[in-house]
Design a protein around this ligand. Structure first.
Ligand code: AMP
Ligand code: MG
Length: 338
């Protein structure tokens, strides 16, 4: 499948950018396919083998718990039963998703699932729903109608509502792996969960990790790269999952206000911050917002994250906190907080 090939190339190329080929440090690496994407883990340090096994176990555990497509997952059960009692992981994710829904004025909305299904993104049977179908499905898209009880860890949803954690689950998984690596005293690692990157510490030669941002149009080329340490670098873009019909491209990031793929002027959004869960949710959110709202949102939250926006008209916007670590052969503009 085309999308999978692109993702595979993406992780291979990030691997090349950041490899620690000349190290004497003990290392372990693993590639796997989970959460519908190719993943690659590179871990350096004394306990790297145990740490990589524990990380893979965690990825598979979270895949089984969070994937809408896995019939026995907790999310599938919640969707079938209009809610239920939540595990610790799902409870945290639902709480954070609702908070981000509020902060992003509804751009991030996990109740998007009925619309994802209508477009065929859930089973690859792609189709274009008409306006009537979308407007009736949009009645089922509204996270403000979710009744989440933090003290009891329960969620109640109105009839017909279904949730989809696809916009946040990989970021959370990356963050969980970082916590696991800490327990194994790992000080250097590169975790690539299909474009959701988490780096731990420095490369074994003491330099920072170099993480490239893929050029959505040119397979294997980069818009730019940044040198980072202890950060999540998460990219969302319409090019990651899409289909074409009658010459129009329809992608997988949906504007909850219209039920249509979000065509708000952006080709890709990369978020950089410490917290992988936040980075993932915000990459999806800012993509939905579009350029102007994304920049305004960053100005209000500039102490929480940095970002790189790539617009449909070819502008590359980089927020000021990345100025010293970003490099590119392309022209780019620095966005200042004031
Ligand atoms: P990402 O690749 O992180 O941007 O996430 C895209 C995935 O998030 C999609 O495949 C859907 O599962 C889900 N999704 C799509 N649109 C939204 C939205 N507006 N809010 C939250 N999740 C979404
Ligand atoms: Mg996301």
């Amino acid at each position: 499948m085309k999308t999978k090939k692109i993702l595979y190339l993406l992780f291979l190329s990030i691997f090349t950018l950041s490899g620690c080929e000349n190290t004497k440090e003990k290392s372990a690496s693993k590639s796997l396919f989970a959460m519908d994407t190719y993943m690659n883990l590179q871990i350096y340090g004394e306990n790297c083998e145990e740490a990589i096994d524990a990380s893979v176990t965690e990825i598979n555990r979270l895949d089984d718990l969070l994937s809408t497509g896995i019939e026995i997952s907790e999310i599938a059960a919640l969707n079938k039963n209009h809610g239920g009692t939540l595990s610790e992981d799902v409870s945290k994710l639902v709480a954070e998703s609702i908070e981000i829904y509020r902060e992003t004025d509804g751009a991030f909305d996990i109740t998007i699932y009925p619309v994802m299904k209508a477009w065929g993104f859930t089973n690859q049977e792609f189709r274009v729903p008409d306006d009537e179908e979308l407007s009736s499905l949009l009645k089922l898209v509204d996270s403000s109608e979710l009744i989440y009880d933090e003290s009891k860890n329960t969620l109640e949803m109105p009839e017909g509502f279904e949730v989809d954690l696809g916009g946040i689950a990989k970021g959370y998984t990356g963050q969980r792996i970082v916590n696991i690596l800490e327990n194994y005293e790992i000080e250097s690692a590169l975790i690539n969960l299909g474009g959701n990157i988490q780096v731990v510490g420095y490369k074994t030669d003491g330099s920072k990790w170099k993480v490239g941002i893929e050029d959505p149009e040119k397979n294997g080329n980069y818009l730019g790269a940044m040198y980072v340490t202890d950060k999540a670098v998460v990219t969302s873009g319409g090019y990651e999952r899409y289909f074409e019909k009658d010459g129009i491209t329809y992608h997988h990031i949906i504007d909850p206000k219209t039920g249509m793929p979000a065509y708000n002027g952006l080709k890709s959004v990369t978020i950089v911050c410490e917290d992988g869960t936040l980075a993932d949710a915000l990459s999806t959110s800012l993509f939905v917002m579009g350029t102007d709202k994304a920049v305004s949102f960053w100005k209000v939250h500039s102490d929480e994250f940095e970002c790189v926006l790539y617009t449909n008209d070819g502008r590359l916007l980089v927020t000021e906190g990345l100025e010293d670590c970003f490099e590119s052969n392309n022209k780019y503009e620095i966005i200042n907080g004031r």
